[in-house]
Design a binder for this molecule. Structure first.
Ligand code: PHE
Length: 345
């Protein structure tokens, strides 16, 4: 199997934003750490390259689950992926005998392109083991822990636990917080599934687990409008956070956008994430958004065409026509050659 990790993605491996002092991702991480005493081991440097077994199999993720597909996940080779979540370390650490731990790290998913999606993002996982106890005790401790996190991050905001589903926890919940006049989802959690505990060789124990996205929380709490900003090295961004506090981000001037439309006849193998990957690889962080603006089915041939609008905009500077044209030309060429679709011109 050929890897689907692009040059754009590999250039971001090892960036470790969660270790960069006073980066918003690091500030949120530290804030949540305050909830957990020294009994919790903190793992911040586990490799993002994990095997399929740990990322999916041992967590009971079904063989045919869409998240396993190379359209959704970056594969190093057939048996190795860039972790799609920090849950990939649950079984490994439980097997090593850890009883209470937090894992923070970069995770990778192929996805669409807009202000809240970026192929690299950071998660925090929490796990705590219990011996000789009943489910209710474990659940109560989970709720208490989650409540402390939520009250620390969102003081005085209403929140609720909503039933949810993850293959590796049962029961499973999502926590929603009422913030800026709407309910937002902030984390997933639950009691670790007995079969996962068995996979970890700890069938006689029980445990809770939670997982949360650090960029997502940081975007909400700092009011950061575009997920690409986390990757900015511009001092107008980074210097706003040197106090290490959660403060409101002050946007600096917005630079002009440049739209380019591309239309092509799709085929059976066509996948939207594959197209987005080419947009990212050719446009890097200069791409702000991709949207499908038109779908057309030819009455005679039965072929379907998609028209996408790609929005190029830098958060740091003006783009020149020349560079946008070059990126877009490269996108057209790669779309035609790599996706085997016919461009409409
Ligand atoms: N790994 C899940 C996700 O990425 C979150 C999660 C972690 C859910 C732990 C339950 C328990 O969406």
């Amino acid at each position: 199997m050929k890897t689907n990790i692009t040059q754009n993605i590999s250039s971001k491996q090892n960036s470790k934003l969660h270790l960069q002092v006073n980066h918003p991702v690091e500030i949120i991480k530290k804030r949540i750490y305050k909830v957990f005493g020294s009994l919790f081991h903190k793992f911040e440097n586990l490799s993002e390259v994990v095997n399929v077994t740990n990322n999916f199999d041992l967590l009971l993720i079904p063989q045919n689950h869409p998240s396993r597909k190379p359209t959704d996940t970056y594969y190093v080779d057939e048996n190795t992926v860039l972790r799609t979540h920090t849950s990939a370390h649950q079984v490994e650490l439980l097997r090593q005998g850890y009883e209470q731990f937090l894992v923070v790290g970069d995770c990778y998913r192929r996805d669409e392109i807009d202000s809240t999606h970026y192929p690299v993002f950071h998660q925090m996982e929490g796990v705590k083991i219990f011996k000789n106890t009943d489910e209710l005790t474990v659940k109560n401790d989970l709720v208490e822990t989650i409540t402390t996190i939520i009250e620390l991050l969102f003081p005085n905001a209403p929140y609720k636990l909503v039933d949810s589903y993850f293959p590796f926890t049962t029961p499973s919940y999502e926590v929603e917080v009422f913030w800026n006049n709407k309910w937002i989802e902030v984390l997933g959690c639950g009691l670790i599934h007995p079969d996962v505990m068995k996979n970890a060789g700890r069938e006689n124990e029980q445990a809770w687990a939670f997982g949360l996205g650090l960029e997502r929380l940081a975007m909400i709490l700092f009011k950061i409008p575009d997920i690409r900003l986390f990757w900015s090295t511009d001092e107008r961004f980074l210097n706003q956070f040197i106090s290490g506090e959660i403060i409101e981000f002050k946007p600096y001037s917005k630079f002009p956008e440049c739209y380019k439309d591309i239309a092509f006849w799709i085929n059976e193998d066509y996948n939207y994430n594959d197209f987005c990957e080419l947009v990212r690889d050719t446009g890097k962080d200069l791409v702000e958004n991709v949207s499908l603006i038109d779908t057309f089915k030819h009455p005679k041939t039965g072929l379907t065409s998609h028209c996408y609008r790609v929005c190029y905009r830098s958060n740091e500077r003006n783009l020149t026509n020349k560079e946008v044209n070059e990126m877009f030309f490269e996108l057209q060429t790669l779309t035609s050659n790599n996706l085997h679709v016919k461009l409409r011109v």
